[in-house]
Every structure is written in structure tokens, then in C-alpha cells.
Design a protein around this ligand. Structure first.
Ligand SMILES: NC(=O)c1ccc[n+]([C@@H]2O[C@H](COP(=O)([O-])OP(=O)(O)OC[C@H]3O[C@@H](n4cnc5c(N)ncnc54)[C@H](O)[C@@H]3O)[C@@H](O)[C@H]2O)c1
Length: 286
């Protein structure tokens, strides 16, 4: 183990929740990425990991910094490619020395959102890409892992999602449909994988978070602010999200599967908050 990793484990005062576990983290683009934080916390909790991202993201170069810091090899993969994903699971087992105990799918992208196409004027070519990158990639990941028998008994697989899968949100566009599909895949694959090997599959439904993907949603600043005011605990940060993911990778949540778990400061079950009403009142009086 490198000195860096030792230092990280000491600095962060981990509790060894993931001691001896092997994991794959998909989707760390830069320091703001939720996956970046999860990778750091997982290693601080004693795990050894590999990192994966699309070749274009790797060319931006930031992931190499994380790789060095965590002593975590990078295996490139376009998450829509079954061949690439096969490489990730095969190589990760070799590099880490055994079957994989946990996987994070932290991948999302909508070409329609990027190009400013509205929900009633979608490009269907883009729509298919949105679904493939943001949802079907999770099915591909799970199918590849299962066929290779790459996941250890009792393993834990987590994907990140958003409450727009359940309720309609202005501006979230075709990503809402992608998240609904992602959550459905989670349930259906969980039903298969649980009985065989005790593998659990869950989604974490996270608050709006300032990241590259998050900020791509139209009017994100306002979106973020309103959600913050509507959440009794405020918006959950990427760091908090990483802590939650680590508990889901740990043995303390062995019996949790096929769930969509809200990590949103209470937003999803709030009807109206005092903070939001006060803000509205201020603007009404202007
Ligand atoms: N930021 C938010 O407000 C928010 C809220 C709820 C859920 N989420 C979800 O969290 C996850 C991570 O997003 P983030 O906010 O950390 O942003 P991010 O931009 O840091 O991460 C998105 C990642 O997806 C990767 N990606 C895109 N296309 C890919 C492909 N073809 N193959 C492999 N990787 C690909 C990107 O390279 C990037 O690393 C996404 O699923 C996102 O929808 C984000």
C-alpha cells in the first residue's frame, strides 16, 4: 500500500468499514464528482479500488491525480460498450486480486440537455443515447459482471439517481426517463442476483449537487436553491453522499436490496417548508 493511501486512511479517521474489500468506481471526472468523493471515502475505509471512466473523460487528465493519490489503477471504458465493461471487470479482478465486493455506477449524460433540446422537441437519436449512457449501461454492467461471476458473495452495487424518476421536475428533461429506467433495472436485476449470491443492488437518490453533470441542468442555480429551502436538512453534499454509499457497500446493510434510497435532506417527503414559504413571501412583497 502506498504512503498516500496510508495517509488518507489516517487523515480521514476511517472506521475500516470496507477493510479488505475490493471495489470498482465508475464516473469520477473531477474533484466535484460524487464518484470522486466515494472513491476517496472507500479507500479511507480500507478498500482497494479501480477507477473507470470514458476515454474522453480520461483525456481531461484529472482522474490520474485521483488514481495516484489512492493507488487505484484506471481501466477506461465507455459504459455503453459491453466489450469495454468486460475489460473493466476482468482487469479489476486481476489488479485487485479477487472478486469484486462493491461497484458504484455514477454515470449520467443527456445530449438533449447539452444541446438545449426541450422535452417536447427531443432528438430521438439523442434520447436513445441518454437512455444508453445513463440507464442501459447499468444493465450492461450487471449482466457482464454476472456472466463473468465477478461479484463476490454478498456484494453491493449502487447507482446514483434523482427524484425526477418519481415526480416531474421542470428542466430535468429526458434524464427523468433515464432515471426511471435505471431504478427499474435495479429492482429487476436485484430480484435475480439476490437469491443466487446475496448480491444487493440499490439506487441512491441524491439532492441537487454542484458537479459537471448537475450544473448542466437548465437553471441549475435556482433549482439547487429551491431544493435547499424545501429540504428540512438542506441539500445533501457530495461528501455526505459518499458516506452514505460507503455504508451501503459495508456489511452493515447486507439485507437492503432493490431499494431507491433517498439521500436528499428530506426533500422527497416534504410538501411545503417554512423556509420556502418565507422566500416566496419576500419576493411577493418586492
Ligand atoms: N449532480 C447532481 O445534482 C445529481 C443529483 C442526483 C443524481 N446525480 C447523478 O449522479 C451521477 C454522477 O454525476 P455527478 O453529479 O457526479 O457529475 P459528473 O459530471 O462528475 O459525473 C458524470 C460522469 O458520467 C461519466 N460519463 C458520461 N458518459 C459516459 C460514458 N459513455 N461512459 C462512461 N462514463 C460516462 C462522465 O465522464 C462523468 O465522470 C449521475 O448519475 C447523476 O445523474 C447527480
Amino acid at each position: 500500500m502506498s504512503t498516500n493511501v496510508n495517509t488518507l486512511q489516517n487523515e480521514n479517521c476511517g472506521n475500516n468499514l470496507l477493510k479488505g474489500k475490493r471495489g470498482i468506481i465508475f464516473g469520477a471526472l473531477n474533484e466535484k464528482s460524487i464518484a470522486w468523493k466515494v472513491a476517496e471515502k472507500a479507500v479511507a475505509e480500507g478498500a482497494s479500488i479501480t477507477l473507470s471512466n470514458a476515454p474522453i473523460a480520461l483525456r481531461m487528465g484529472e482522474i490520474n491525480r485521483l488514481s495516484e493519490k489512492l493507488n487505484a489503477p484506471v481501466v477506461p471504458a465507455d459504459a455503453t460498450s459491453v466489450e469495454d465493461l468486460t475489460q473493466v471487470f476482468e482487469q479489476s479482478q486481476q489488479l485487485l486480486g479477487g472478486k469484486i465486493d462493491f461497484v458504484l455506477h455514477s454515470i449520467g449524460m443527456s445530449p438533449n440537455v447539452r444541446k438545449g433540446r426541450k422535452y417536447d422537441d427531443l432528438s430521438y437519436e439523442f434520447f436513445e443515447k441518454t437512455l444508453d449512457i445513463s440507464a442501459v449501461s447499468f444493465h450492461k454492467m450487471l449482466q457482464v459482471a454476472r456472466k463473468l461471476d465477478a461479484i463476490a458473495e454478498g456484494g453491493s452495487i449502487v447507482a446514483l439517481t434523482y427524484v425526477a424518476a418519481q415526480r416531474a421536475f421542470t428542466g430535468y428533461n429526458d434524464m427523468a426517463d433515464a432515471k426511471a429506467l435505471l431504478e427499474s433495472i435495479t429492482r429487476n436485476f436485484g430480484l435475480l442476483y439476490g437469491p443466487e449470491k446475496g448480491v444487493r443492488i440499490n439506487t441512491v437518490s441524491q439532492s441537487p449537487t454542484v458537479t459537471t453533470a448537475g450544473s448542466g441542468v437548465g437553471g441549475f442555480d435556482l433549482f439547487y436553491d429551491v431544493a435547499d429551502k424545501m429540504s428540512p436538512l438542506g441539500n445533501a453534499s457530495a461528501d455526505d453522499c459518499a458516506n452514505y454509499c460507503v455504508t451501503l457497500f459495508s456489511d452493515y446493510t447486507k439485507m437492503v436490496t432493490m431499494q431507491n434510497l433517498y439521500h436528499d435532506g428530506g426533500f422527497s417527503t416534504t410538501g411545503m417548508s417554512l423556509a420556502a414559504m418565507e422566500q416566496y413571501e419576500k419576493s411577493r412583497l418586492k
